[in-house]
Structure formats: structure tokens, C-alpha cells
Design a binder for this molecule. Structure first.
Ligand SMILES: Cc1ncc(C[n+]2csc(CCOP(=O)(O)OP(=O)(O)O)c2C)c(N)n1
Ligand SMILES: [Mg+2]
Length: 151
């Protein structure tokens, strides 16, 4: 049976209090509880704070390019039909840069599990609006890069 220590990766470089920490914790708890060994699946990500997720695990991983999480996940599924693939992406990675890949991945539906860390912002590059940034009653959500709100 796998143990939590088996999944211990690098120390996270996320900011204290970041919502990515609980996602990492429950992910590890879940795979250990399900009895899944680190070699029994592959986890794929792109670029961003969410994209660092696999760095903080010890298992099969592939960290690809921004917005290209799902093409890599698709390639692994095609190359090895026995290998379960988990894709991890930010909202920018998945719905912005990789938006068209998301449409085609849904159309192909080749059984990739996709987790989107939706913080409604481009976090790594310091706060540009993303496709999930909110509309507000004062116009769009204000960010450091769009101080008067996102159009
Ligand atoms: C093709 C490409 N475009 C832009 C960038 C710059 N870039 C790196 S991370 C990022 C935004 C990441 O936002 P998101 O996917 O929401 O992840 P988060 O950091 O919020 O978790 C951008 C625009 C890049 N590395 N590659
Ligand atoms: Mg984001």
C-alpha cells in the first residue's frame, strides 16, 4: 500500500496561504486512500503556479508548455492505453492559451482526468485577467495589471 511519504516531492514555492496547498494535500490523501502507487499513473501540467503541481509530487510527471497540457496528456494516452493520465492546469493555461485544445480534448474524450486550479487570474505572471476573471457591478474585476477593471 502506498504511503503519504512516497509522494513527497520538492518543497512548494507557492505563497503562504495559497489555495494550491489544499489541492495538493487532498490529491495526495486521495491517491493514498485509493491505494494508487506513484508508478501507476502519469500527471501532466503546463506552465503557471498550477503548472508547478507535479514538481511537488514524486510520481510519473511531465511538465510541458503553457496551454499545451492537454496535447501532452493526449499523447501519453495514445502511446500507452494502460496508463491513467491526470492533467493539471491553471484557468489561463486551460481556458486561455489552451482553450482550443480543451475543445478538442472534450471532442475526443479519451479519458484524461483534468483538474483546473481556477484562481480567476494569471497568477505566475503577476495578475493579468484570465477567461474566468469576474464581471463586477463596477465593470470588470480590477487586477494589478487592469487597475480600472477588465473590459
Ligand atoms: C505560450 C506562452 N504564453 C505566455 C506565457 C507566460 N505565462 C506563463 S504562466 C502564465 C499565466 C498562468 O496563469 P494560469 O494558467 O491561470 O496559472 P496560475 O499561475 O494562475 O496558477 C503566462 C501568461 C508562457 N510561458 N508561454
Ligand atoms: Mg490562474
Amino acid at each position: 500500500m502506498p504511503k503519504l511519504e512516497d509522494y513527497k516531492g520538492e518543497a512548494p514555492a507557492w505563497c503562504p496561504g495559497c489555495g494550491n496547498f489544499p489541492i495538493l494535500k487532498v490529491f495526495k490523501d486521495a491517491v493514498v486512500e485509493l491505494g494508487i502507487e506513484p508508478h501507476q499513473f502519469t500527471i501532466v501540467s503546463g506552465i503557471g503556479q498550477a503548472g508547478k503541481f507535479p514538481h511537488y509530487l514524486k510520481c510519473n510527471t511531465f511538465n510541458g508548455l503553457h496551454g499545451r497540457t492537454l496535447p501532452v496528456a493526449t499523447g501519453i494516452r495514445l502511446a500507452n492505453h494502460e496508463m491513467p493520465v491526470i492533467a493539471v492546469a491553471g484557468d489561463g493555461d486551460c481556458y486561455g492559451e489552451g482553450g482550443n485544445h480543451l475543445l478538442h480534448a472534450m471532442r475526443r474524450n479519451i479519458n484524461v482526468k483534468l483538474f483546473v486550479h481556477d484562481n480567476q487570474i494569471y497568477g505566475l505572471t503577476k495578475g493579468q485577467a484570465s477567461p474566468t476573471s469576474m464581471a463586477t457591478d463596477k465593470g470588470g474585476m480590477a487586477t494589478k495589471n487592469q487597475p480600472f477593471g477588465v473590459l
